[in-house]
Design a protein around this ligand. Structure first.
Ligand code: ADP
Ligand code: MG
Length: 240
């Protein structure tokens, strides 16, 4: 579903992604972990072309994302992205946040978009928050609206960049539960996270990055008990 081939990227003379290769099969969940500055955000942002790449190719659901001939706005409708900072539209209600893109980009009628939006919000435990504005919602609720908003476009792929890092601890679980539910439903996902227990539980592969490189790729049982690389061993000795 996601194929990343020989990707390199620099910011000026700072080489932040070096020879990145990664395959994510359909319905797989990949956790991208590693120290701050490793290039995790940059890499996940290249998957929907929020960042350009210097060399290589990224294919999502058969579309070459960085090809000049690709209609990137169309391609992005297939790739949901959830950020650390929820980035909701503050002057739109929860339901309006969820329905605006399906109406404007996909041409759904208001009734169609609202029907689907209400289903999504309800499935995320926000059935009583349709009319609430973001400022009246907790961080965990806002992040669940952001997830509903991404899902409203019916993407084949969901990308999460530290979706719980801006949340108070008591709200982390509700957001992780929402992501876990998506995993159970078979969504293909890449999740940048520091939640190691969560990564261990729901992910098919752990991708460990450091200094702009993928250092190790392993199933969680292997990665968390017996990582091959010294770099991953050192990282785990600090975070576990
Ligand atoms: P991570 O998400 O793993 O913490 P990032 O992908 O955010 O890492 O950053 C990787 C490196 O790229 C860091 O050294 C960071 O300072 C640098 N970097 C990220 N974004 C930019 C940018 N827009 N301009 C210049 N340097 C950047
Ligand atoms: Mg980051």
């Amino acid at each position: 579903m996601i194929s990343i081939k020989n990707v390199n990227k620099s910011f000026g003379n700072h080489h932040v992604l070096t020879d990145i290769n990664l395959e994510v099969p359909k319905s797989n969940v990949v956790a991208l972990i590693g120290p701050s500055g490793a290039g995790k955000s940059t890499l996940i942002r290249t998957i929907n072309a929020l960042e350009e790449i210097d060399t290589g190719e990224i294919i999502v659901d058969g579309i070459s994302i960085h090809d000049k001939k690709t209609d990137i706005n169309k391609a992005r409708t297939n790739i949901g992205f959830v950020f650390q900072s929820f980035n909701l539209y503050p002057f739109l209600s929860a339901l309006e946040n969820v329905t605006i893109a399906p109406m404007k980009v996909k041409g759904l009628s208001k009734a169609e978009a609202e029907k689907r939006g209400k289903e999504l919000l309800t499935s995320l435990g926000l059935g009583d928050k349709f009319d609430a504005y973001p400022g009246r919602l907790s961080g965990g609720q806002q992040q669940r609206v952001a997830i509903a908003r991404a899902l409203a476009m019916d993407p084949q792929v969901m990308l999460f960049d530290e979706p719980t890092s801006a949340l108070d601890p008591e709200m982390v679980k509700e957001v992780l539960d929402a992501i876990r539910q998506l995993a159970n439903d078979g969504m293909t996902m890449v999740v940048v996270t520091h939640e190691m227990g969560f990564a261990k539980e729901i992910c098919d592969q752990i991708v460990f990055m450091a200094e702009g490189k993928i250092v190790e790729v392993a199933p969680p049982e292997k990665f968390f008990t017996n990582p091959d690389s010294k770099r991953a061993q050192d990282f785990l000795s600090v975070v576990l």
